[in-house]
Design a binder for this molecule. Structure first.
Ligand SMILES: Nc1ncnc2c1ncn2[C@@H]1O[C@H](COP(=O)(O)OP(=O)(O)OP(=O)(O)O)[C@@H](O)[C@H]1O
Ligand SMILES: [Mg+2]
Length: 212
């Protein structure tokens, strides 16, 4: 009998919605219940491409908009062999941002259409579940000072929110909207319930390809 694969679970949402907090909590809960799980975050700033992205986000360098988008995408692609191997080994991957942030952020910049933004993402491992941590941008901003990185302004976050609303209409992706204005424990319980369900339902199914 073929061994069971892990699930690919993504958390998305605006800055400060609680993605990193919840990814960590989920991985911890899964591990404690004896399910192998690991966290991945995008951008992965540890690679050569990730370092170029990091310098751009920290405003230490300037890059043309299409170029940045393709670098973010390349940063996901370069992780694909590792991701596939882990999933095949039965490890559930909990991912902090994925292609949906990539498309939402770039298309929120004037003049770059959603279809163009989606193209380099096509064929990436398709998440079995994408949970969108929903809360209004003003409330998210109140959770902590926005930093000094690029994109960390409330007007830009509002534009990103509108793009996410559009992307979430895509029925080919398994979206679940989570009320991220609840307390950390309540949000965690919602996320854990959806995750346990998807892990069970996908363990004997093949991994899909995103937007293909
Ligand atoms: N449900 C919650 N209620 C109140 N505060 C929260 C909640 N979840 C997270 N926080 C706090 O809000 C801040 C942002 O959380 P976190 O870093 O997890 O968000 P994020 O979505 O990963 O943000 P970013 O996009 O900037 O990486 C942290 O100080 C965290 O402790
Ligand atoms: Mg974070």
């Amino acid at each position: 009998m073929a061994s069971k694969r892990g699930a690919l679970i993504v958390l998305e949402g605006l800055d400060r919605a609680g993605k990193t907090t919840q990814c960590q909590r989920l991985v911890q809960a899964l591990q404690q219940s004896g399910r192998p799980a690991e966290m991945i975050r995008f951008p992965d700033r540890s690679t050569a491409i990730g370092q170029v992205i990091s310098a751009y986000l920290e405003k230490k360098s300037e890059l043309e908009d299409h170029t940045v988008h393709l670098l973010f995408s390349a940063n996901r692609w370069e992780l694909v062999p590792v991701m596939k191997k882990k999933l095949e080994q039965g490890v559930t991957l909990v991912v902090d941002r994925y292609s949906f942030s990539g498309v939402a952020f770039t298309s929120a910049k004037l003049g770059l259409c959603q279809d163009w933004c989606m193209n380099p993402e096509r064929g990436l491992p398709k998440p079995d579940l994408v949970m969108f941590l929903k809360m209004n941008p003003a409330e998210a901003a109140a959770r902590g000072q926005f930093g000094t990185e690029r994109y960390e302004t409330s007007s830009f976050q509002k534009a990103v929110q509108e793009k996410f609303e559009r992307i979430m209409k895509d029925p080919s992706v398994n979206w679940k909207v989570i009320d991220a204005s609840q307390n950390i424990e309540e949000v965690h319980n919602d996320i854990k319930a959806h995750s346990l369900d998807i892990i069970e339902r996908t363990e004997n199914t093949p991994l899909g390809e995103l937007w293909k």
